[in-house]
Design a protein around this ligand. Sequence first.
Ligand SMILES: Cc1ncc(C[n+]2csc(CCOP(=O)(O)OP(=O)(O)O)c2C)c(N)n1
Ligand SMILES: [Mg+2]
Length: 594
Amino acid sequence: MSARKKPASPVRAEAPVAGPQQTEIWGSDAIAAMPRELDIPYLALNPGASYRGLHDSIVNYLGNTQPQMLLCLHEEAAVAIAQGYAKASGKMMGAVVHSNVGLMHATMAIFNTWCDRMPMLVLGATGPWDAARRRPWIDWIHTASDQGALVRDYTKWDNQPASVPAAYEALLRAAQIANTAPRGPTYVNLDAALQEAKIGTLPPLPDASRHRAPAPVAPAAHLIEAAANLLSKARHPVILAGRVSRSESGWQQRIALAEKLQARVFTDIKVGAAFPTDHPLHAAPPATFLSPDAARILREADVVLSLDWVDLAGTLKQAWGTDPVNASVIQVSPDAHIHRGWSMDYQGLPPVDAYLMCEPEAAVPLLFDAVKSRPALAVAKPVAGAAAPADALSIATLAHALNAATEGMEVCMTHVPLGWNGAYRPFRHPLDYIGTEGGGGIGAGPGITVGAALALKGSGRLPVAILGDGDFLMGVTALWTAAHYGIPCLILVANNRSYFNDELHQERVAKERARPVANKWIGQRITEPDIDLAMMARAQGAEGIGPVTQLADLKASLAKAVQSVRNGTVCVVDVRVAPGYHTNMSGASASQKR
Ligand SMILES: Cc1ncc(C[n+]2csc(CCOP(=O)(O)OP(=O)(O)O)c2C)c(N)n1
Ligand SMILES: [Mg+2]
């Protein structure tokens, strides 16, 4: 076995007892050796017999370290944790899901990861492909003729290797593809019989360093020149800062470019922080859809520079409506490499005048060098955000109280609720905010928070999520994994006891049809009984505070919670907020869904 120096695990280690020295190894031992070669630190999993061979190898052959197993209570949590880890660290970890059924549980989280363009290695397993070796009944129901088809439309690649050498190659390729921009999940399905075959000695492990993802693609000089010409001549340049990395140097380079161009900058609450939201050039609080004021500022642009903006066509449409977009558009994005037929997460097709098919980080420094500086113009005042919170418990008052309770601390917002207004809290560092779940799949917030907290453990940065109660309740068992392994994080539940986003939809439909708006709560409110969210936290070994029902109690509750997490706990505060949003969550028409 490769003897690499092992750093102490930052989370609770579940150390196996040593067994007798063995000379012969099994197929799954060889397969388990590869994630270590690939530097995958953790495998989040829920167990199952289809990979009992691999499970044994991770425990008894690798010693449950590098990678270390993280037991999860649901496959959706396992994948969400891996997604959150990638969001905060930029690095890939793995998830292991049992046969077809575990993969079915994992699907929504894999879809979120796909839409979020986060790298992930998903390992799966199937009953013996050789029918003669199947146990009666169970191995038959857990064998599917094309299991990868369940996730093929929202993974970058999948494979079912038939031998150990083929498994080596499959894992190398899966990691390479997952880590190549645009990044995303890959799936390798391991035949139970292959895992459980005795193979004698370990086939030589390939050199993973020779199979790494390629270095970022640099844009051609003539494209930089074309884009720089447009930007240098612009009177009202706008930068749409979208999907970018968490790197601090990338952050500084975007600020330098915006300042050299005196360009207004928009950011997007759907993805991680990309530009300081309290910078004078930042145009409008980051939001899911443009506010009317933000759309007006964008429409003043004569050149738009998209840095991998998630929905460029849709955003231009919000500003220009059905008129032709009379600004020149520069698109910097490798995203079209991943666009395929099944999922429409590629969004509308934007008009583009200069197309740099690379990641923003590769283009921004080159653009900076190539553009002419523009004199500082008196920029219009940035669009104002939410008004000061009133005297009732709301998402606004919760945000306000959190800001006060974390004054002077480094915080990573690992999630914000649907009713969040981007003005509630400034983002001043790439790790101040890591974006939402990507695919609009509710229930991801707790898992993403735990995964991000895992990546941030020991960094001094406090992971804090504000989750809707609906989101919290769907993904709540991710808390146990955090409590069990000692992964501190703070979850504040903006508990309006409703799937309130959908009450708004029912309200719109009722108005459109002249039916009673008063009925919008039916099939939406989570009351009678109210759910004791703090108790759900305590039941899993986390600290639970609340319900906080009075504004007067909020300050003390948050102070206690922040202190508790700084002391190493997982803490949930149930804050009973009034239903209501101070943000545009609906887009343009009642027919829009989320
Ligand atoms: C898996 C999934 N189921 C249902 C939906 C539809 N949906 C969108 S928002 C929402 C409500 C979420 O409730 P909560 O997290 O409490 O936030 P609130 O709307 O109350 O602010 C629902 C059910 C979805 N997006 N994903
Ligand atoms: Mg709710």
